[in-house]
Design a protein around this ligand. Structure first.
Ligand SMILES: [Fe+2]
Length: 97
């Protein structure tokens, strides 16, 4: 039987995977649409993040305990590096089109 914190983590991981896929797909469509010069690097970073998120979800589904620090580090890197730097460059490029 799952505990409350386990259910919350499962829901958060499920939402994170769904959000990640949708958000990345939308950005990648926009990059192709405008011929964004840094598409290759940006898409590679998406693939790396998605792989990490999927690995965490798989670990969780197989009954392994998720290290909260691993999840925190992933989200922290995502926010500080990817969203605030990589996505911002794309946002500026989209504004210029
Ligand atoms: Fe992105």
């Amino acid at each position: 039987m799952k505990g409350r914190s386990s259910e919350l983590l499962e829901g958060a991981l499920f939402d994170l995977v769904a959000y990640t896929r949708e958000h990345f797909a939308r950005e990648e469509e926009e990059m192709l649409r405008i011929g964004y010069a840094q598409t290759q690097e940006h898409v590679a970073e998406h693939a790396k993040l998605l792989k990490t998120v999927n690995a965490l979800k798989t670990e969780f589904e197989s009954g392994e305990k998720i290290d909260p620090l691993t999840l925190f580090n992933l989200l922290s890197h995502w926010l500080r590096h990817h969203i605030l730097q990589v996505d911002m460059k794309l946002a500026l490029a989209l504004k210029r089109t």
